[in-house]
Design a protein around this ligand. Structure first.
Ligand SMILES: Cc1cc2nc3c(=O)[nH]c(=O)nc-3n(C[C@H](O)[C@H](O)[C@H](O)COP(=O)(O)OP(=O)(O)OC[C@H]3O[C@@H](n4cnc5c(N)ncnc54)[C@H](O)[C@@H]3O)c2cc1C
Length: 414
């Protein structure tokens, strides 16, 4: 793989950009791999990347039914933060956030990580108490956050309305090194690095069956034929229930649509991310100038990548309370993704009842920020059978009642 650099750009400019090579290969599947990862979203690709980088396992296929990054990874609002309450969550999300800091250099691919700061507004006394508690927990976990006053909120976000008609802003949980990254670039950067290590990223290939023998996985059936493997990682977000059913077990996960919208582009007016969880809406400004807006999940299970209209209306209503200028903007696009939500709002990174099948799912509304940390830990789990980062997120916690309750951190907050 040729490195991307200022020199490469100058060289290609001089020869009319004729020399760029494909970023990743488009191979046909081999008969057998050491590891198959189902799902070429961020988590699947990051897992493959760390299997190669940290554990030397490169005979790997990443199988994707659509196009890589076409699931939730390419549909999210790209918020990155690690201000979670419970220790296992803070550990994996902070690992991920710290890996985002150097991801562009590590992958030699500009993922446009922008640590512009994230504020989660406190708009009820309950939220003030909750976020102060999280700030104290974060201090003990080594995650840099602080609870800030309404005056400081207004200094950071001049366009905000502190005296909303329903809920005033009483303060906020501020993480200065939280921010955003370009979601497609994260998927593309990992795909390029995986392909460069000799892995096969196989797109337009749906897994339709999982083959087990004697309680142990032996391969998958796909729309491109049967492919054998020694180990299998299922990393398919909202479709994890389908895949688990194919393998013969059930998951405590619900699939629901979550949607986002963008406005027409306007001049720069907000240089951080603001989340208003009580009124249910959040907003940031993209590099193009569009205001990127998201809200909560639909109240029913579905697999439509749209979301229902009344939710879009509710989200916009919440945003207009918080930022009255939004009322004068036109909405350009709206879309949805299918998110996989667990009862304790924490992910599942675990062995499964079938030997050598591993599952990575349950990231719900907030897994983009976790991609590098999840890939790092899940690859370790798949390669060695154990990872300190993923240990608490195993499936058995639902049987044993060891929940990792992140409903405050992850309710609407992405
Ligand atoms: C509107 C919206 C806003 C969001 N905002 C944020 C945010 O601001 N911050 C944040 O941290 N998170 C956010 N999220 C959540 C985040 O997008 C997800 O948690 C994350 O992208 C999940 O990544 P993934 O790799 O697990 O799944 P995906 O990116 O969905 O990848 C799974 C892949 O598996 C493939 N697949 C499924 N079934 C099969 C099969 N049978 N065979 C082969 N392939 C299959 C799918 O096609 C898909 O490409 C948001 C999500 C949505 C929908």
């Amino acid at each position: 793989m040729r490195r991307y650099s200022a020199f490469a750009i100058a060289r290609e400019a001089a020869r009319y950009h004729q020399g760029w090579e494909r970023a990743w290969r488009a191979p046909e599947p081999k008969k057998k791999y050491d590891v198959i990862i189902i799902g070429a979203g961020g988590h699947g690709l990051a897992t493959a990347y760390y299997l190669g980088k940290n554990h030397g396992i490169t005979n790997v296929a990443i199988i994707e039914k659509g196009w890589l990054g076409g699931g939730n990874t390419g549909r999210n609002t790209t918020i990155i933060r690690s201000n979670y309450l419970q220790d296992p969550s803070a550990a994996i999300y902070e690992k991920a956030r710290s890996l985002y800091e150097t991801m562009s250099q590590d992958l030699n691919y500009n993922v446009m990580f922008s640590p512009r700061g994230v504020i989660m507004l406190a708009q009820t006394e309950h939220e003030v108490r909750g976020y102060k508690r999280t700030a104290h927990a974060n201090a003990l976990q080594g995650v840099k956050t602080e609870f800030i006053s309404p005056t400081r909120v207004k200094e950071i976000v001049p366009i905000i309305n502190l005296d909303g008609p329903r809920y005033p802003v009483l303060g906020g949980l501020w993480q200065a090194r939280g921010g955003t990254a370009r979601h497609d670039a994260v998927a593309w950067g990992y795909a390029r690095a995986c392909s460069d290590m000799g892995m096969d990223v196989i797109q337009k290939c749906e897994v339709t069956g999982i083959r087990n023998e004697g309680g142990k996985v032996v391969g998958v059936t796909t729309t491109k034929g049967e492919i054998d493997c020694d180990k299998l990682g299922m990393v398919v977000a909202g479709h994890c229930g389908d895949l688990a059913r194919m393998a013969g077990f059930r998951l405590p996960v619900e699939s629901v649509p979550l949607q986002a919208l963008v406005t027409e582009p306007i001049k720069p007016c907000m240089d951080c991310v603001v989340m208003a969880n009580t009124v249910h809406g959040y907003m940031s400004q993209s590099d193009k100038g569009e205001m990127v807006i998201g809200g909560g999940t639909d109240g029913h299970n579905a697999f439509t990548q749209r979301g229902s209209f009344h939710h879009a209306e509710e989200t916009v209503r919440a945003l207009i309370e918080t930022f009255p200028m939004v009322a004068r903007l036109k909405m350009l696009r709206q879309w949805g993704g299918i998110v996989d939500v667990t009862g304790d709002r924490s992910p599942i990174l675990s062995k499964t009842p079938v030997e050598n099948i591993f599952i990575n799912c349950g990231w719900g509304t907030g897994g983009f920020k976790a991609i590098p940390g999840s890939g790092f830990g899940f690859a370790e789990l798949m390669a060695t059978g154990h990872s300190p980062l993923t240990e608490a997120f195993n499936l058995d916690r639902f049987k044993e009642g060891r929940f990792i309750d992140e409903s405050v951190a992850a309710g609407v907050a992405h």
